[in-house]
Design a protein around this ligand. Structure first.
Ligand SMILES: C[S@@+](CC[C@H](N)C(=O)[O-])C[C@H]1O[C@@H](n2cnc3c(N)ncnc32)[C@H](O)[C@@H]1O
Length: 214
């Protein structure tokens, strides 16, 4: 577990996308100003449904763009081996503290999801309101990172924000568009998906993709 504010200068610089509001500094400012309307304050019902139905069972799992990480705490408490990443200082610090207070263990890293790479690949990824926080021009790079960091046959549990707006964040994650990024040549798409409401007045589409053998 790490929470060293000084060691991740790479996260600061790599997070600069040209739009400062989408850089690590931009996201940090939202946390400092308390502008975190995306944060439910509790575990997403989509994750609880997958857990309670044993669709997602304890494994090595990555949570990109974890924010305050209510889902990270839920997963760690249920015996998952969790790695959570976010490039903003405040959520990483707060999540690390909450895990310690709860006597739970997870790796919480201050990293840029667009640069994150590991040789110890994950069984699953839990994606919630992370893709919609990233400029769509980087979505192919995001897909590439998720793909590379998953084992063959690994699963992406995706909760996709439907904002129906041109601008973001949150950028609209229209499933048809997402299917072009997470292409069926690389990912098996199921017939089933479900929808959940989000407190900001939007809704999310929850779907489980499986990485195809390559
Ligand atoms: C909309 S918030 C969602 C947080 C959390 N997933 C949730 O649902 O509460 C997006 C999060 O992604 C982080 N983030 C955005 N771009 C990132 C990047 N390139 N690398 C790492 N974290 C990023 C932000 O700092 C922020 O905490």
């Amino acid at each position: 577990m790490t929470n060293d504010d000084t060691m991740k200068d790479t996260a600061e610089t790599a997070g600069r996308t040209g739009d400062d509001s989408l850089s690590s500094d931009g996201w940090e400012r939202r946390y400092e100003a308390g502008e975190t309307g995306w944060d439910r304050g509790e575990t997403s019902p989509a994750l609880l449904r997958w857990l309670d139905q044993n669709v997602l069972v304890p494994c090595r799992i990555l949570v990109p763009g974890c924010g305050r990480g209510h889902e990270v705490i839920e997963l760690a408490s249920r015996g998952f081996d969790v790695t959570a990443i976010d490039f903003a200082r405040t959520p990483v610090r707060e999540l690390t503290h909450r895990l310690t207070q709860a006597g739970l263990i997870a790796d919480v890293l201050r990293e840029n999801v667009l640069c994150f790479a590991t040789s110890d690949r994950f069984d699953a990824v839990y994606e919630q309101t992370s893709l919609c926080a990233i400029d769509p021009k980087h979505w192919m790079a995001y897909e590439s990172r998720i793909f590379s960091n998953l084992k063959h046959g690994g699963q992406l549990f995706a909760v996709l924000m439907q904002s129906s707006k041109q601008q973001g964040p949150p950028f609209h994650c229209d499933p048809k568009r997402i299917k072009k990024v997470f292409h069926p040549s690389r990912w098996a798409w199921p017939r089933e998906s479900f929808t959940i409401d989000h407190p900001v007045g939007m809704h999310e589409v929850a779907v489980v993709l499986t990485k195809l053998e390559k």
